[in-house]
Ligand binder design. Structure first.
Ligand code: ATP
Ligand code: MG
Length: 375
């Protein structure tokens, strides 16, 4: 797929700016705080409907404006599509695809596929498990947009079950034997729903990682020039012995039953995929404890390349690659490796403050846009 142009209206520090992408690679160059990352963020929003930098839409709308809009033309194998996302200070959004205004924004997911790599992605290795869950969920949504519904449903059930657990705690009936029969049957109902939705989440996460692992293993060896073995391990909160659905549901329910008392004490759900973990290991050693910043960057780069390839394989079209401030930090060997991989196939948007660190091959192959104060 190819993003032909982007029109930013009252978005971040942009008032009204058109950008045409005239080559498969675009380098956005400019000083700090000029709007380079904002532009990438706009593409990310069209792709995932989320920004990895902020959660509130009012931060995305230009200061002093009530609404902001991102408009784009995308070329896919099926034809050209016009897209727009309108953001409002009050959080209400409107999404359109072609001439159609979509009722649910979730139906918009999967229109533009992207893989992004910014310095924040080092949190994938160093940060808490929520970073890895969120990264994995974003990947699964790209592979199968319907997963967004599954995830949304799981979180809805989780919220309602937590509300009930809190109510039980407030009523002071933390001893399982004294919990009212009404609460008990209500809780059993939520348990069953949590299990049904939870296993759907777990199986999809597990399958995506199984597919991603061999590809990232390959790239890690290619980039690091070593025989080190990168593995991605899915550590589900409910143990998954195998892919058997009934056994998995049973294990889930059993674990919930074991935690009944602590759950009611704490007033929150302690079992389920919202507590999953993903572990990266290199030669069996957890990557968190492993190596230098450079090595961790190599690991994340291998993951990102693997994501590109996997999405391409599943979708049948190459996704876009968004590189925010990371290319210049890679040494020339790794820059070469990256260039080899993406060639002209993957449209790539790159931000940097200086061109001097770039391999000349990159510079020759790229459209260079200067970004200054939102222009
Ligand atoms: P760096 O090289 O430091 O990463 P950058 O060019 O990527 O810089 P951005 O993060 O894209 O910078 O843009 C930051 C600028 O956007 C800042 O000047 C900030 O004040 C401005 N900005 C962010 N949000 C808004 C908003 N809602 N309204 C107006 N300006 C905003
Ligand atoms: Mg930036």
């Amino acid at each position: 797929m190819y993003l032909k142009n982007l029109h930013l209206l009252q978005f971040r520090n942009y008032q009204d700016q058109w950008v045409e992408f005239g080559a498969p690679k675009t380098i956005l160059v400019g000083n700090n705080a000029q709007g380079k990352s904002n532009l990438l963020e706009a593409v990310e929003l069209l792709s995932t409907l989320k920004s990895h930098r902020v959660t509130r839409d009012r931060d995305l709308v230009k200061e002093g404006a009530e609404w902001g809009r991102i408009v784009a033309t995308l070329e896919r194998q099926t034809g050209e599509i016009d897209l727009s996302l309108t953001l409002r200070r009050n959080g209400r959004r409107t999404v359109t695809r072609g001439s159609e205004a979509l009722h649910r924004q979730i139906d918009f997911l999967g229109t533009i596929n992207t893989v992004q790599f910014s310095s924040l992605d080092l949190d994938l290795v160093r940060g808490g498990p929520e970073h890895r869950r969120s990264w994995l969920d974003t990947l699964v949504i790209q592979l199968e947009p319907f997963y967004a519904h599954i995830l949304q449903q799981y979180h809805q059930i989780l919220r309602q079950r937590n509300a009930l657990l809190k109510k039980i705690r407030e009523q002071g009936t933390v001893n399982d034997t004294s919990i009212s029969s009404v609460s008990r049957s209500e809780l059993a109902l939520w348990d069953a729903q949590l299990v049904t939705a939870g296993v759907r989440v777990m199986r999809r996460r597990s399958r995506a990682l199984q597919r991603l692992t061999p590809i990232s293993y390959y790239w890690h060896q290619a980039i690091s020039g070593s025989t080190e073995k990168l593995e991605i391990k899915y550590l589900p909160n409910v143990p998954m012995e195998n892919d058997d659905l009934e056994l998995l549901k049973q294990a889930f329910l059993e674990k919930i039953q074991q935690r009944t008392i602590p759950e009611q004490h704490q007033g929150t759900t302690l079992v389920g995929p919202h507590r999953d973990e993903v572990e990266f290991t290199i030669n069996q050693t957890p990557a968190k404890q492993y190596g230098s910043q450079g090595q961790q960057r190599t690991l994340v780069l291998s993951l990102k390349l693997a994501e590109l390839k996997l999405i391409e394989e599943v979708i049948g079209e190459p996704p876009l690659l968004l590189l925010d401030d990371v290319l210049a930090e890679l040494d020339l060997t790794r820059q070469h490796q990256l260039l080899e991989t993406i060639q002209a196939r993957f449209q790539t948007l790159i931000t940097t403050t200086h061109l001097s660190a770039f391999d000349p091959v990159w510079l020759n192959a790229s459209q260079i846009l200067y970004v200054e104060a939102g222009h």
